[in-house]
Design a protein around this ligand. Structure first.
Ligand code: AHG
Ligand code: MN
Ligand code: MN
Length: 350
């Protein structure tokens, strides 16, 4: 191959270096402003909100990275949360982290989480902060004590109703109204994936910089993928159509099972490689296990923005009108063709 003239080579190398530097400088807060192409107050708010969520992610990731070396990080607290689930020390820590990072931020007046029966108000923010943060501080808690993948899930909504002592009735609105949503994945590296309704973008925490740096912009989920992700231990507790779907998968070539116990990891894999994640209702829990407002709806927003789908089997997750804060919902989420296949078993029996 002919060698490029020296000047051209130099340009190319410079361009490469410029691109690398530009990418290193594409932090989360800058990316939000780029997305909105504006420095309006709303754009500044969203950028600052994402920056605070990133700080929460860094604090949680730091603690997890040393968990086995520190006293009092792993194990249970002995308490049971509003969901009836045993609370882990990391659940409490991560829950408090989100509260702390939003104190005196002037951004978030109210936080609602899996670990708190009622929303938590930050009165000093309420005169100006018109946003609510909904979050699952640690998703996949059962992985905590064995050093396996975990996540945090978040959504931002506009705060509509009154402030203190409000029963949070304005929160009981469909997920279509979410302003932003995403997750942090604590895996071999820490990643943050978010959407503000303009595509889905992933960032990786560079520990040497302490910053989330852009990894991939405008992620598109494959139309169809090989993975099905479901807890098959519940097989005999599902309705017949779900059992039939799983039997179909067993006898059809090209499927492979992956289930980590943390849906943030499982859904992240599906976002990149395609497939479907299911947590259907069971006999003792017809609504399934996952919570609508701070688990299913934020992930549905992300996956739909990447070209995927999320449904209860009968209605799109983002159209479900919640009746209560900690409402559960069956969830089928992932590549559009795979979600449609499960739906067809539920609705038509095949
Ligand atoms: P959490 O740790 O927030 O309670 O959520 C765990 C969820 C989800 O991440 C995971 O896919 C599922 O529960 C696992 O539940 P099973 O053990 O019932 O499969
Ligand atoms: Mn969870
Ligand atoms: Mn949780």
């Amino acid at each position: 191959m002919a060698r490029a003239p020296e000047s051209l080579e130099l340009d190319t190398n410079e361009e490469v270096a410029d691109k690398a530097l530009d990418r290193d400088c594409t932090t989360l807060s800058r990316h939000v402003l780029q997305q909105l192409q504006s420095f309006s107050p709303q754009a500044q708010d969203l950028s600052a909100l994402m920056n605070r969520i990133a700080l929460a992610g860094k604090l949680i990731a730091r603690r997890l990275s040393r968990a086995g070396l520190m006293e009092g990080v792993l194990g249970f607290t002995g308490e049971v949360n509003v969901q009836g689930e045993s609370v882990k020390k990391m659940d409490v820590y991560a829950n408090d982290v989100f509260i702390s990072v939003f104190k005196q931020s002037g951004l978030v007046c109210r936080l609602a989480s899996e670990e708190m029966e009622k929303p938590y108000y930050i009165p000093e923010n309420c005169p100006v902060g018109r946003y609510t943060l909904l979050y699952d501080p640690i998703d996949g808690s059962s992985n905590t004590d064995t050093n396996l993948s975990l996540g945090s899930i978040f959504a931002i909504r506009q705060q509509e109703g009154g402030d203190l002592n409000n029963e949070a009735a304005d929160l009981l609105a469909p997920g279509q109204g979410q302003i932003a949503a995403g997750y942090i994945l604590y895996g071999p590296s820490t990643m943050l994936v978010y959407t503000i309704g303009r595509g889905v973008h992933s960032f990786t925490l560079d520990p040497s910089l302490g910053e989330f740096i852009l990894t991939e912009e405008n992620i598109r989920i494959p139309e169809h993928g090989p993975v099905y992700s479901v807890n098959e231990g519940n097989f005999w507790q599902w309705d017949e159509p779900i059992r039939e779907y799983v039997r179909y998968v067993h006898r059809t070539e090209g499927y492979t099972a992956r289930y980590s116990g943390a849906m943030v990891s499982d859904i992240h894999r599906i976002l990149i490689q395609g497939g479907v994640f299911l947590y259907p209702g069971t006999l003792p829990k017809p609504e399934g296990k996952l919570r609508l407002l701070y688990e299913s709806a934020p992930l549905a927003f992300v996956v739909e923005q990447a070209g995927g789908r999320a449904t209860t089997g009968h209605i799109d997750i983002l159209d479900v009108i919640p009746k209560k804060l900690h409402q559960r919902t069956p969830l089928i989420i992932g590549s559009p063709k795979d979600v449609a296949k499960v739906e067809s078993f539920i609705q038509n029996g095949h």
